[in-house]
Design a protein around this ligand. Sequence first.
Ligand code: DNO
Length: 358
Amino acid sequence: MKMTFRWFGTKSDSVTLKQIRQIPGMTGIMGFLDYKAAGDVWSDEEIRAYVDEVHAAGLECEVIESVNVHEDIKMGVPPRDEYIRNYITTIRNLAKYGVKVIVYNFMPVFDWLRTDLNRVIPEDGSTSLYFDEAELGAMGPLDIVRKTAADSRGFSLPGWEPERMAELENTLEQYEGMTGDHLRKNFKYFLDAIMPVCEECGVTMACHPDDPAWPLFGLPRIVNSRADLEQIALLHDSPKNTLCLCTGSLGSNPDNDIPSIIRTLGAAGRIGCLHIRNIKHLGHHRFREASHLSSTGDLDMFEIVRAAHDACPDVYFRPDHGRMIWDETGRPGYGLYDRALGATYINGLWEAIDKLSR
Ligand code: DNO
């Protein structure tokens, strides 16, 4: 296992590389160029500057996140071939600088979605990301985009590129009537085009699940259960076609048995990396993000880490969203303190499981 941390770049993150390097056991970054619009080529120069900075801080940069897929590819409309060509150029450029895994998603329009980014957890006064479908229904897509932007404290949020959100009404209209099968067909078209390049350059693609793990606003979502994940692995049968096993996203649906999913897909070599986060269910389609500790949420972190230890011991991990604690101010979900605690806790679980299994 390699423990990594998401970092948004010097200009855009409240957390510094030096701070990340000082978290015990931290080996690298899951990187992100947060200013790139979906469909843009990530140039050599941009990648080199980011990777050099990470290396200079004594960290690795083998995983890159959110190389976002343009809506035209998901919708399967003619300009998609041009955007796929751009995507391929980005894959090749990232490979030149030692990137081994690219995390992406295939969610129509929205990436992850919450109704409150700063919800106070009554027990301890910390804040965390919160979702309530009843609130969402009352708001509608345009309101949620406005609220999320207002709640983000001026930080960019992964998957919420302003250009894309500005086109929202138009895009939602274009998706009208699209079925899951149609979206899957477009997904296959994309995978068939990029996989030969991934195999040639040694880059693994890791698809992030839908978050939350069910359809929203009538848009199809096809990455949110064991059956979905297995189907995606089969869309293009290659060891480079993998999943980013995000415990918090899949875990928003209590029916998903995450340790068991990790065991099956991990043993099949189809997990490219893990995002580890805990969830507290508060009712039907209503949850908040908890600290990583098992007892503060509904996911069993011991069983999750044990499954990964047994099934895919060499994958990249990162502590996913943290709460805001100790009066830290920063990008919701992506402060330093709670994610550092999460990494330390996961490292502790790993050490115990590893020693006991010998
Ligand atoms: C949320 C993240 C996601 C993830 C993307 C990958 O905070 O986990 O934005 O990085 O879905 O494309």
